[in-house]
Design a protein around this ligand. Structure first.
Ligand code: KDG
Ligand code: MG
Length: 404
């Protein structure tokens, strides 16, 4: 294949910040990769601009695996969200170019489709149970077969996952310092079982329900929660504990058959190798953009397939349409697909990133465009300059910092 002639980083804020790498070959093919790391966008932009882009010029655009190893093994300093997001952007853009060169959608290059479409879940939330039930009802009307449910907690001004928008949840906010939220595990645990029960009762046994505890529980609290909510038959309970301490999952697992999903903050196969090998989780939630791209995430899913662990790729709004498209191509081609997260982007974001993927009957379809099927409108992007925004932090009532 031809050689890379240009590598550029584009930072834009159409409603929220996105970092995109655009690669161009000597014969004019272009590829896009998402390098957005929520609240730390400029760190990845600088890593790419200062340390990665200069290395790419003149390289064979077709040498995807070799370029991955050149950037990962070659840097000596390995892993971490900044490095792996930068490598992911290069890798994703190279797959996009290869698809365009072959005049095929990327999923064809990955082995071809294993299913008709990619079943997705949406984010329903409400400050009260009644509001939550209304929100779930809206998703059901739209055709969703799976919904994540998050509810306000009496006594807490803000609960994780309770959104300001209708179809998306956007926790990052502008300001020099992160917003501080009050957290109480006791208050949360005293309501969550009732909330999930109300949704199951109203919508019946067919709708798949998910819930995200967002890393806030101790192992034994998580074990108790998993056991208590078993009767509501969750599709998954997400991030019950901070999952970098992998043995906590062993404790939870010993007490409950509620399926467990973790991994949205992971960035390499080494973050989940033990969890997969010991079958301590049911779904792996890494994203293309934070986990070294399509090449590395595919490797994780091949390992997972051996151990009957399925995918549940992260698809929050802080991952751009380029990342979502890349996830959809991989979702279609892996044997062990589970479910794909889908939070709608704002109309401003969709205008900057026109795309071929489309929602029909509870599924996303990546489309048949060569490559990933996403364009970046650079003129429009330039009209939305970067705006600093940060994720909140959480404290207990006595001021102790807690995992957000
Ligand atoms: O940037 C943080 C978000 O991506 C995260 O809070 C979203 O937990 C999340 C989810 O499950 O989508
Ligand atoms: Mg989550």
């Amino acid at each position: 294949m031809s050689r890379l002639a240009e590598a550029r980083v584009i930072v834009t804020c159409p409603g929220r910040n996105f970092v995109t790498l655009k690669l161009t070959t000597e014969d004019g093919l272009t590829g896009l990769g998402d390098a957005t790391l929520n609240g730390r966008e400029l760190a990845v932009a600088a890593y790419l601009t200062e340390h990665v882009c200069p290395l790419l010029i003149g390289r064979d655009a077709g040498a995807i695996e070799d370029t991955w190893r050149y950037l990962y093994n070659g840097a000596y300093w390995r892993r971490g969200p900044v490095t792996m997001s930068a490598i992911a952007a290069v890798d994703t853009a190279l797959w996009d170019i290869k698809g365009k060169a072959a005049e095929m959608p990327v999923y064809e290059l990955l082995g071809g489709r294993c299913r008709a479409g990619v079943t997705v879940y949406g984010h329903a939330s409400g400050a009260t149970v009644d509001r939550l039930l209304e929100a779930v009802g809206r998703y059901v009307e739209l055709g969703y077969r799976a919904v994540r449910v998050q509810c306000g907690v009496p006594g807490l001004a803000a609960a994780y996952g309770v959104g300001r928008g209708e179809l998306f949840y956007e926790p990052a906010e502008g300001g020099a310092r992160p917003r501080e939220e009050l957290w109480s595990t006791a208050a949360y645990l005293s309501t969550v079982d009732e909330v999930l029960g109300a949704v199951r009762e109203r919508f019946g046994p067919e709708l798949e329900l998910l819930h995200d505890a967002h890393h806030r529980l101790t192992p034994i609290e998580a074990a108790r929660l998993g056991k208590t909510v078993e009767r509501h038959r969750l599709f998954w309970l997400e991030d019950p504990t901070p999952a970098e301490l992998q043995s906590t999952l062993r404790t939870i697992r010993a007490h409950t058959t509620t399926p467990l999903a973790v991994g949205e903050v992971f960035n390499s196969i080494w973050d989940c190798e033990q969890l997969i090998r010991e079958q301590l989780i049911d779904f792996i939630r890494m994203s293309v953009a934070h986990s070294g791209g399509i090449t590395h995430l595919r490797r994780v899913l091949h390992l997972a397939e051996l151990h009957r662990v399925r995918s549940g790729f992260h698809g929050a709004t802080d991952l751009s349409p380029v990342c979502l498209a890349a996830a959809l191509h991989l979702d279609l081609a892996i044997p062990n697909f589970g479910l794909q997260e889908y939070m709608h982007h704002t109309p401003e974001t969709d205008a900057v990133f026109p795309h071929s993927y489309a929602f029909r009957d509870g599924m996303l379809h990546p489309g048949e465009e060569p490559g990933l099927g996403v364009i970046l409108d650079e003129d429009l992007a330039a009209r939305h300059p970067y705006e600093p925004a940060l994720l909140p932090v959480a404290r207990l009532a006595d001021g102790t910092m807690h995992d957000w």
